[in-house]
Design a protein around this ligand. Sequence first.
Ligand SMILES: Nc1nc2c(c(=O)[nH]1)N[C@H]1C(S)=C(S)[C@@H](COP(=O)(O)O)O[C@H]1N2
Ligand SMILES: [Mo]
Length: 328
Amino acid sequence: MDELGPTPPSSEIISESHYLRRREFLRNAALFAATATTVAGSLRFLTRGRRVTDRTAKEPATLATLDVARHVENAGGEEATPERDVSTYNNFYEFGTDKSDPSANAPATLRPRPWTVTISGEVEKPGEVDIDQLQRWFPLEERVYRMRCVEAWSMVIPWVGFPLGDLLRRVGPTSRAKYVQLTTLLDPEQMPEQTGRVLDWPYVEGLRLDEAMHPLTLLAVGLYGKTLPAQNGAPLRLVVPWKYGFKGVKSIVEIRLSETQPRTTWNLAAPNEYGFYANVNPAVDHPRWSQASERRIGDLHRRPTLPFNGYGEQVASLYSGMDLRRLF
Ligand SMILES: Nc1nc2c(c(=O)[nH]1)N[C@H]1C(S)=C(S)[C@@H](COP(=O)(O)O)O[C@H]1N2
Ligand SMILES: [Mo]
């Protein structure tokens, strides 16, 4: 939080992890041990003047420049949040619950190549595909989107990726397919906090099939014109710009189509706080804070939050006839 300049008033520093406080307290001993290890690691770094890694950890990959076929601006002309903030202020609990944990930890242990994505369930063509092959199936687009975290901060991010709908059309949903579930890697060696119980692992998210097919829904493989940094969910993550950020599941290994609504991590953890739909809605407060306004990272002042995060014209029709107050 400190790296971002002015510290917001403490009323704004609200975390999805608040509900976990008691569990975190119970885990304190374990956390303390983990911190001690990290500190020991940095000390070795300082004394030897170079990064010390264990045999399984890989040097952080240099992020390759991606060939982008077209550029779509979809953030109302607003300037993008600086790359440094996008890649150092993160939520990725598999690497720790502080905003600075993912960038400090993920590049050392997450190995985004080689990487296989499994496509399963109610599809005509199930199977496994290598991430590099998957990336070649579709022309990559740069999409500049607003991202609104449920914690009431937001950013503007230039993603690189392709529509999830293009992939779904390619594999062919069966007539029974009504939902899509996307699952993060489960591997405590690469994602050390999966040894703890801060959430039920692996992290899973889901969409209704029509939401998944919507042209705004993106599978991102990069940001700022380069391969995704580990901490942002390399090598493949979901971006649904009209929903709260927690829907944007990272480091995806499986995409499963189903007839019934899939379980989703935050909804399981705190069903009265995080819904399956989780559409950005300033009129429906989180039980513990207001969602009426937000702080754009880098701004001093809060701004009003827009219904559907400003994408209502494109997506509101998906929910016609449904009670929006219930779609939190
Ligand atoms: N696997 C996984 N995916 C995740 C999370 C997580 O903890 N684990 N955090 C979510 C939350 S709460 C947000 S706001 C976004 C943050 O994405 P960013 O760090 O790239 O900005 O990732 C989402 N995807
Ligand atoms: Mo979030």
